[in-house]
Design a protein around this ligand. Structure first.
Ligand code: SAH
Length: 265
């Protein structure tokens, strides 16, 4: 039996009155880009094929690099995945033994995530329909690891999400963020290449103006009290269909930041 749950408060008579959905730091058009494709979250050849392809890279980076550097692994850690979508990363962390929670504001995404977790019989996984800031207010200092992947470039105020990540962590906890850099090369690769030439993503998935440079993300993280731990680029060769990690962070990248041990919750 699975204890994967989908705590969805959006099936009220008027979903627009849902407290989380009213949160100011959400662009509903951005969330709709994902919910309209929710049936495809677990289709490895579908709209989210790229996320499935990169998932082992990011999971291994979190586990074998970031956590290994802190002499730990995912086993038994309390993890929250913010903007979890269909739960591709959330579920993979639960499979490595993490006590994992995924949160998102897309109801259909969470349904897809919950159904898949139930089918997989995973017992240490749950999903919740709630804004990051509200979840952080209710769960201050509760988590060892916070992940927020491919989501910051879809929200009006990414720095408020970074603050929520900080608040959710125990002192000494680690946060892993991923997003897309902003420069002519990232425009060419992440928008023209991925959306128009290779059709890896739906057209309009990304808005160039919302991309975030590593320096900007570093500043957001430092401002709330994080210290930088690691930075790595995610790369793709469309000819060989090979994905790999490398130091170059011109396009897609992940950043690990740490809440200092002496930080107050
Ligand atoms: N993190 C997942 C999914 C990335 S897709 C992964 O990398 O596999 C981006 C996700 O962010 C979508 O599921 C979308 O619904 C969610 N999202 C966008 N804005 C949000 C917000 N303000 N609060 C919570 N989730 C949001």
């Amino acid at each position: 039996m699975t204890t994967a749950t989908h705590n969805d408060d959006s099936n009220t008579s008027n979903p627009s009155l849902d407290k989380s959905a009213q949160h100011l730091n959400v662009d509903h058009d951005e969330v709709a880009k994902f919910t309209k494709l929710a049936d495809e979250w677990w289709d490895k050849q579908g709209a989210f094929a790229t996320l499935h392809e990169i998932n082992p890279l990011r999971l291994n980076w979190i586990s074998d690099n970031v956590l290994a550097g802190m002499n730990t692994d995912l086993e038994g850690l309390r993890v929250v995945d913010i903007g979890c979508g269909g739960g591709i990363l959330t579920e993979s962390m639960a499979r490595r033994g993490a006590d994992a929670t995924g949160i998102d504001l897309g109801t259909e995404n969470l349904k897809a995530a919950t159904v898949h977790a139930e089918q997989s019989g995973l017992a240490t996984l749950r999903y919740e329909h709630i804004a990051a800031e509200d979840f952080a207010a209710a769960n201050k200092g509760q988590f060892d690891v916070v992940t927020c992947m491919e989501m910051l470039e879809h929200v009006p105020d990414p720095s408020a999400i970074v603050q929520a990540c900080f608040d959710l962590l125990k002192p000494g906890g680690v946060c892993v963020l991923s997003t897309i850099n902003r420069n002519p090369k990232s425009y060419l690769f992440a928008i023209i290449g991925a959306e128009y030439v290779l059709r890896l993503l739906d057209r309009g998935t990304h808005d160039y103006g919302k991309f975030i440079t590593p320096a900007e993300l570093d500043k957001m993280a430092t401002m709330v009290g994080f210290s930088r731990q690691d930075l790595i680029g995610l790369h793709y060769n469309p000819l060989t269909k090979r994905y790999w990690l490398a130091q170059n962070v011109d396009v897609n990248y992940m950043m690990a930041v740490k809440k200092p041990h002496d930080a107050s919750e």
